[in-house]
Design a protein around this ligand. Sequence first.
Ligand code: BES
Ligand code: ZN
Ligand code: ZN
Length: 474
Amino acid sequence: MIAFQSIPNLNDFSGTLLIPVYETYEKSIIPIEFHLASVAAKVFCGKKDSSYVVEIADCTHIFIGLGKETDYKSIKTIFRRIASKHKDLFGVNVVFAIPEKFSTLQVEAAVSGLVLGTYNLGHYKKSELHPFLDSNFKLQYSAQSDVAEAIKRGVKIATAQIETLNLVDLPPNKVNPKYLSDWAVQAGKQFGFEVTVIGKAKATELGLHSFLSVGQGSANEPQFIIMDYRPESGKKHFGLVGKGITFDTGGLNIKTAGMVQMKCDMAGAAAILGAMQLIADLQLPYRVTAIVPACENSVDAQSFRPSDVIQSYAGHSIEVIDTDAEGRLILVDGLSYLIKNYQPETIIDLATLTGSVVGTLGYECAGLFTKNTDLSLKLQAAGDAIGERMWPLPLWDVYKSDIESEIADVKNYSGKPVAGAISAAKFLEYFTQEHSSWAHLDIAGVAFGDSEFAKTKHATAYGVHLITTFIENQ
Ligand code: BES
Ligand code: ZN
Ligand code: ZN
């Protein structure tokens, strides 16, 4: 991970300079100047997403356009781009010239972008180490005020996000349920939270039947992962649940489209794991209990079937209409287990739950479901501040008929090709025991997608910073 160190001045400096510039005016007669370089405004005036590179006397000046006003997410993306696409310009000496105008949040955003820029999707390719990741490398910075704390936070945020990117982007023959539980155990030791892993035998004994049904066709043992972060001054108690389907074939209702992307079906789990790391790393003064039900939805003689009736931890019976609507089956056991055994004051679940939410909201925001207005506003505010957006969808009881079954207490799919994200949320709600502060985020459209940073779809780490910011803002 990148180390940072302050540099008192640029006297006798040779190396690479990262110089953020707020937009001026392209017809201005005043050039943009820094250190040894001067650029005419008609060539470069700081427009957003523009950059200008000039080499003078052993100094590579990289002028980075920020635009007139800039938000957290834009700064982060701009700096991620610089670190990831200009790595050939970086040698041993690199200085980030922090503008006087930068707030601590802007410093944090820029630093987390620079760290994220070292992430490389080519996990199995022979590729050179990013220059920032050389063990002797230190990224230097010059600043007018004390920004050390903001830099530390930026590094911690991106470090946790990179863990989540790894977990989602690595292939499903590597990231199986055991890989996730091992990750949790290791992170718990390193960052300071308790981890309990419940395997198949214990889960059977406990009655986590809905969870176990989904994994019964897989050779990989399901893992029900419980993480508990308990700081001494645990003010308020939060509960988190993340969908951890390490691969979703659809089961016997096998997918006929889009299966190749279904390694991303544990992105909710990966976000919760990354958030637990970050919450503990930042030593937030809140108790956080997180549950990740992890299993694989496979096709096999042992697979559960459409029309099976299964039991759940909460004691409600479920008619399985479609084995591809599996996420809700593992989540409800996670939610009931969390509520019964831990009683958190607020509960958030994150899941790549439905294709329907992608049809509704696309790739720009998650679907937010909650009946608690205060919670809804706080989650949206946290997301807007850092560029991980969400938009509310209804949980009205008129949609309840979609999950009414004739043979069991409830069914897992309406059988109709409409309002899929809403009926999935209604199914979850049925198991939340009317908890007054529960929210569900359907992240199917935002967890994994296209961006300028790779040619194929890849993880975004949506949720890691969002959940942490939300808890921190209490
Ligand atoms: N894992 C999928 C949802 C998904 C879709 C995630 C696109 C990421 C990107 C989920 O398990 C699923 O298959 N949902 C079905 C439900 C249907 C069968 C009721 C869907 O949305 O089509
Ligand atoms: Zn599915
Ligand atoms: Zn799924």
